[in-house]
Design a protein around this ligand. Structure first.
Ligand code: SF4
Ligand code: SF4
Length: 340
């Protein structure tokens, strides 16, 4: 596929130009946080970031979304579906770990036996532009342990790599090529490609945090009842921060909100860290404590997803490590499991 060069200082202008034509989700700075939000007319994208606080999964899988609307009439209930509705969008400047998470979420929401029209419509109508990680990473980044790389095009339609005074722009898919007109006419030369390869190798080396993610599946297969599970959860507050910030967590709840004759069925993010997540109507809760909930979170990422989709459901973004209020570190959990 074609490759071009754009000047570094042109990037924000390109995002803003696209925002005149599409819904553009881009990183914006809000106080001390970088968040992915729709770029407003007078908004300024912020690309000098390591990673955003929120994972951009909400572009395809919003915190809360309407599934259908209903109205009680004299002739009975009238329903209207909200499925398959999505604006033409661009997700501009996501990090490769987050773009990798979309490939993992596709395996669940767009699989052969179950197709989630709400997710698929947004995914199909959105062009993903990744911004490679070429600067020193966070100490908590471990993408290379879970099949990722800091300069990777996986999950992206366009990949941007900072090679000095320019960005190398690689159009990865036909969907990405459709946006080529926004990126000028300067073709990339062989020197740019060589520079990119050097930068990619250095960026990969700079990820020094490693976990034995691929070694633990056979251990988890045999250790559902191991006393080890008593050792992780003691200080867990069941706050759900780790799951809400995680780019691959995808559990949701469905509820109806009714006012007068009108109602809407909504789905909202849920978390396996919450006691109510598995509470049954009878009052019985099969996951009675944080022990069972932490075991579920670990098993889901490193065993069940591997069983179901041949992929680990973690991209090594490190958000759960950075933001857990009591410093529970999934890297240590995996390391400890590898020694069982
Ligand atoms: S489990 Fe933690 S490190 Fe892995 S993808 Fe989720 S938030 Fe990132
Ligand atoms: S962020 Fe930490 S305290 Fe909160 S639910 Fe996750 S592991 Fe528990």
């Amino acid at each position: 596929m074609e490759k071009r060069l754009i000047k570094k200082d042109a990037l924000a202008g390109i995002a803003k130009k696209m925002a005149g034509d599409f819904l553009v989700w881009a990183p914006v700075k809000k106080e001390d946080n970088i968040l992915f939000e729709p770029l407003q007319k007078d908004g300024e994208p912020y690309f000098a970031y390591l990673n955003s606080k929120n994972a951009p999964k909400n572009v395809f899988f919003p915190h809360t979304e309407a599934m259908m609307k209903f109205t009680r009439t004299e002739k009975g209930m009238v329903f209207s579906s909200e499925e398959n509705k999505a604006d033409q969008s661009v997700l501009f400047g996501v990090r490769p770990c987050d773009a990798h998470s979309f490939v993992l979420l596709d395996k669940l929401f767009d699989q052969e036996k179950y197709k989630d029209g709400y997710y698929i419509a947004k995914r199909q109508n959105t062009t993903v532009i990744s911004l490679a990680c070429v600067q020193p990473p966070y100490a908590t980044c471990f993408c290379t342990s879970v099949d990722g790389e800091p300069v990777s095009s996986e999950g992206a339609d366009i990949l941007l790599v900072d090679i000095g005074s320019d960005y190398l722009v690689e159009f990865i898919t036909p969907k990405g090529e459709n946006l080529a007109k926004y990126f000028g006419e300067t073709k990339a030369d062989a020197a740019a490609e060589t520079k990119k390869n050097e930068i990619a190798a250095k960026a990969k080396e700079a990820i020094t945090s490693k976990i034995p993610a691929h070694e633990v599946k056979p251990i988890l297969d045999k250790n559902f009842d191991n006393p080890f599970w008593n050792t992780i959860h003691g200080k867990c507050l069941a706050c759900g921060t780790c799951t809400y910030l995680c780019p691959t967590c995808h559990c949701f709840d469905i509820s109806d909100e009714v006012k007068g004759s009108d109602g809407v069925r909504i789905r909202s993010w849920d978390s396996c860290m919450f006691p109510m997540f598995t509470k049954e109507t009878s009052g019985h809760n099969p996951r009675v404590s944080q022990k069972e909930r932490w075991r579920q979170r670990t098993m889901h990422k490193f065993k069940y997803y591997v069983d179901n989709f041949s992929a680990i459901a973690c991209v090594g973004c490190g958000r759960c490590v950075m933001y857990c209020p009591v410093n529970i570190d999934i890297r240590k959990v995996v390391e400890d499991i590898s020694k069982l």
